[in-house]
Structures are given as structure tokens and as C-alpha cells.
Design a protein around this ligand. Sequence first.
Ligand SMILES: *Cc1c(COP(=O)(O)O)cnc(C)c1O
Length: 366
Amino acid sequence: MIKFLDLQKINGQYALEFNKAFDNVLKSGWFILGKEVEKFEKEFAGYCGTKYCIGVANGLDALILILEAYKELGIMQVGDEVLVPSNTYIASILAVSKAGLVPVLCEPKIDTYLLDSNIIESKITSKTKAILPVHLYGQLCEMDEINTIAKKYNLKVIEDSAQSHGAIYSNGKRSGNLGDASGFSFYPGKNLGALGDAGAITTNDEKLFETIVALRNYGSFKKYRNLFKGMNSRLDEIQAPLLSIKLKNLDKDNSYRQNVAEIYLQHIKNPKIILPKVNLPKSHVWHVFTVRVENRVQFQDYLSNNGIETVIHYPIPPHKQPAYKELEKMDFPISEKIHEGIISIPLSPIISKDEINKIIECLNKF
Ligand SMILES: *Cc1c(COP(=O)(O)O)cnc(C)c1O
């Protein structure tokens, strides 16, 4: 069986270094917001090219904390609107709701699956305060266009970089440094994954940084003095050194993913299979490699019978989820079409040549 993503094998490569890191933290006797978190925050800010990084508990919290900080700073208030893509992983939309703001869904482009910058302006109202582009599947959104619109209407741009660690835009800047603030997830399956939940926020905005530093820690800068009604959302001291270790290989892992994707794009040739469109090679780090087919159930069974594991990202669009009953009657035909046919095939930093060849052969025979 070719696994969709073999996390045991991926993390097994680091067993010796990980054990040393565990040992260090254990010996230090310091388990919350210590030297390891601080070290990773510096390294990750450096990697993304931003002034600041704040380690938090997970990717959902990262996005919530950014929005909560804008509320504390008086830039947003309860009831304001945030534009989000209609075909994202639901966390991007949940973050907006959890912060007391209103998610306004925008359709993606059918070929890149990314927010369509041409329809953003039509969704802007006097209540719109931010655009939340999601670099879905690892590919960066059209950030020049999005930032231009944001400037025109005085909106904040909050990147959801949960799937795009390390992706490089046409201006040479990385995911996390392409808007006003960015949320990252280090969920185990992400391109940079911890051994549990973890996340981070990057920004160049000093006020936002300071506010989030307090908000992630009960709204407190100084122990037992609470400036804001904050939350407890801190990157674990035990996860931070593991992320530092894996960060050193992130560029190498991403270029391996890009090579595999290039091979798939060149060699998968089947009129029944629609391949994803790439805007710029370096701007896609292939968190997942998706294809679209008409008979997805049949396709998935066929691959499974041939020993190839697949995953659907994502089977149900957010506006059709029971959690968002209020959006159920809205029409997002492009999103619905994507969700109907999309399916991800194995691609990882450790997939072998033989596995790649077998996958291509199987897809071409479908
Ligand atoms: C994974 C993910 C998140 C949430 O991250 P968690 O760490 O699981 O909370 C948010 N947005 C997108 C696009 C994601 O893929």
C-alpha cells in the first residue's frame, strides 16, 4: 500500500535529534514559554522574513488571535465582515466566527482553487475590515491583486498560511510576509509539522505583535496583570525544538515536493483527470497534490484496489456543513463543483521513484 502520508517514517528520520531535544527540555525543568519557544520564534520569523513570530497552540487559534488583536487595537469590532474563500478548510471560516466577526464567502477560480481576486471588490461593504486569503493546497494566492484591493478600501490582509510554509511569491517574499499578518499551523500533516498541535503568527506590525503576545497568555504582559480578556494558546516548549529541527529541512522537503509535482504534471495524461494549474513554480509547495475527476467514488476505489491511498480535501463545502446552516441557501457553484470532484494523491518528501511511477501508471490507466 502506498500511504497517503507516512508520518511515522517522516518523523522517524529525526529520532536521534528529537530524543536529544526531549531530554534537554526535561532536564531544563521549564515547560511553558521558555528558551525553546523563543528560539523557534526567532528562527521562524527569520525564515519567513518577518520582524516577529509568536508561537501559539494551533493554526485555528493563530487566526483567531490575529482577529482578536485587531479588535483590541480598535481596528475591528464585533459584527464586522471578513472576506474568506468559500472552498477553504473550515478552520479559516471558524476563526472569523469565533472572533465575533462575519465571514463573507468568495468563490475561488476553478483552475487554481484559489480566491478569485476579480470578484473580491463586489463583496466589499462598509463593514468589511479584512481579506483572509487561504494559500490552499500550498499555492500562494494572487497577493499583488489582493493587496491592491485591500489598500484601496483600507482593509487588513490576513494570510492563512497553514498549508504554504516556505512558498515564495513573485517578489521573492515568503508566505507569512505577504500581508499584514499570517497564521500558520504545525499540525502533524502540514509541510512543517510538530508531534501534536502547534501554530504560529508572523507579522511586521509591532503593535499587533505586542497585543498577540499578551492575548495568547491570558491577556497578560506581566504575571498576574491582565490587560485584555485573553486566552491560553501557547506553543508548547516541548514542540518548539522539534519544529526547529525540522525547519532546517523545510526548503529541501519543499523542493522535493515541487519535483514530484512537476513529474506528475508532465506524466499524468488522462482526459478523465483534471490537473491543478500552477501560477509560479516556487509559489506552490504542494501541501497536497489534487486532481479532479467526474466519478470520484469509482476513482478512489480503483486506486485503493491498486494499493494507492487517497484523501479528499474536502468532501463537503463549508456552506453545506451543519455548523453553517445560515449559509446553506447560498449559491457557490464553483466551490460545489470543486468539492464534488477533488481528490488528493500521495505526495510527500519521502515518496520513492517507484511509488511515483506506479501512481502515474495507475492514473493513466483509469
Ligand atoms: C490546518 C489548517 C488550519 C488549522 O490549523 P490547526 O493547527 O489544525 O488548528 C487552518 N487553515 C487551513 C487552511 C488549514 O489547512
